[in-house]
Design a protein around this ligand. Structure first.
Ligand SMILES: Nc1ncnc2c1ncn2[C@@H]1O[C@H](COP(=O)(O)OP(=O)(O)O)[C@@H](O)[C@H]1O
Ligand SMILES: [Mg+2]
Length: 346
């Protein structure tokens, strides 16, 4: 009789205990999962969604409307950029000052309690963009963050709450790009009508000073193990005092890991994208044929930039399209000496 009661009990008690244990474990997991989801949501609100009215001009509003929905920014970037994240509430965006291949740049004013209002340039993505474009823009910030050289454009900060894409804040370069400056100053730098040695020497000195400043910025970048990959007059800026700053690090890469960098972003076969525009006229032979970039290919681009400087902003290889340029280079041809009396014959 006793055994007929004890045997079922010996089976049911462990069974009940097992069921209770599984139930407790399940409830614990459920609570933990809820807590994690809540944490992620807070991240998203803090870093990715515009939290205040935008101070945007008409054209900049258009840009935001055209753009894709807010994209979550990975915590990898938030951590790296944490010292540089600034609130969009202290930035007022004004007119568009330039557009490049990838971004749109506005003039802006930065106000803070401690400093006088400061003119800034604000760069973000234009039109429609992919998540990888956001990463490229943030990579550009991370690259600029470490730079400290008179002839390299520094980073002031990055706003993650001004619009769906990040906004890079840089010092405003009031004299614009080196390319536009060279074109504008053509009348002052043209020495064709003069045989006065002093005037020729003065122009030569000024043009050489531009080249030397770019060389100084580029040699600093090389010392920091950075390859620029898109050095050209359009990507150098001039400040109030006429100081040239190498800028636009959208294509730059850190070369600590390997001495040469293969293929441009977005041009690899895996991504299936072949629409990336290449600055063919500024590219070295090994970059064109093998996708190899190094500080040496930056030196090639620097040579083309010097040609732009002494040609006062002309397009290199006049009359040739990019295919013609590759054919010319492949058959041993090179850029001809600029037609400029200020260009020394040596
Ligand atoms: N700091 C700046 N100050 C003034 N204008 C700038 C500044 N940065 C860029 N710009 C203007 O915006 C244009 C595009 O900028 P850039 O950085 O070259 O963008 P992208 O990566 O799209 O090529 C430049 O040619 C220049 O006219
Ligand atoms: Mg550019």
């Amino acid at each position: 009789m006793l055994t007929s009661v004890l045997i079922p009990l010996a089976v049911t008690i462990p069974l009940v205990l097992l069921v209770v244990f599984i139930a407790v474990l399940f409830i614990f997991c459920l609570i933990k999962r809820r807590a994690n989801m809540k944490e992620n949501k807070t991240d998203l609100v803090l870093h990715a969604i515009p939290s205040k009215p935008l101070l945007l001009s008409e054209s900049s509003r258009e840009n935001v409307c055209n753009s894709s929905k807010p994209i979550d920014i990975s915590s990898k970037y938030i951590d790296q950029l944490s010292d540089y994240i600034i609130s969009g509430s202290i930035i007022e965006i004004q007119e568009t000052v330039g557009q490049g291949e990838f971004g749109i740049v506005y003039r802006g004013v930065m106000t803070s309690n401690t400093q006088l209002p400061k003119a800034v340039a604000v760069k973000t993505l234009k039109g429609f963009y992919k998540e990888s474009d956001i990463d490229s823009l943030l990579d550009e910030c991370i690259i600029m963050m470490s730079f400290d050289n008179l002839n390299v454009l520094p980073l002031i900060g990055v706003c993650l709450d001004l619009g769906p894409a990040p906004y890079i804040i840089m010092p405003f370069m009031s004299r614009g790009s080196l390319l536009s400056y060279l074109k504008k100053e053509r009348p002052n730098f043209t020495v064709a009508d003069t045989s006065e040695e002093d005037i020729i020497l003065n122009v030569r000195k000024q043009l050489l000073s531009i080249c030397l400043q770019v060389a100084n910025g580029m040699s600093y970048l090389a010392s920091q193990k950075f390859i620029h990959r898109d050095l050209a007059a359009r990507n150098c800026m001039i400040d109030d005092n006429g100081v040239i700053k190498v800028a636009d690090f959208g294509l730059s890469e850190d070369i600590y890991a390997c001495n040469y960098f293969r293929q441009l972003k977005g041009s690899d076969n895996n991504s299936g994208s072949s629409t990336v525009k290449l600055p063919v006229k500024w590219m070295a032979l090994e970059s064109l044929h093998d996708g190899l970039f190094s500080e040496k290919s930056d030196v090639w681009s620097y040579g083309v930039l010097c040609w732009e400087v002494f040609s006062l902003g002309k397009v290199p290889y006049p009359g040739l399209d990019p295919i013609g340029v590759v054919e010319l280079l492949d058959t041993g041809g090179r850029l001809q000496c600029p037609h400029n009396g200020a260009c020394s014959q040596e």
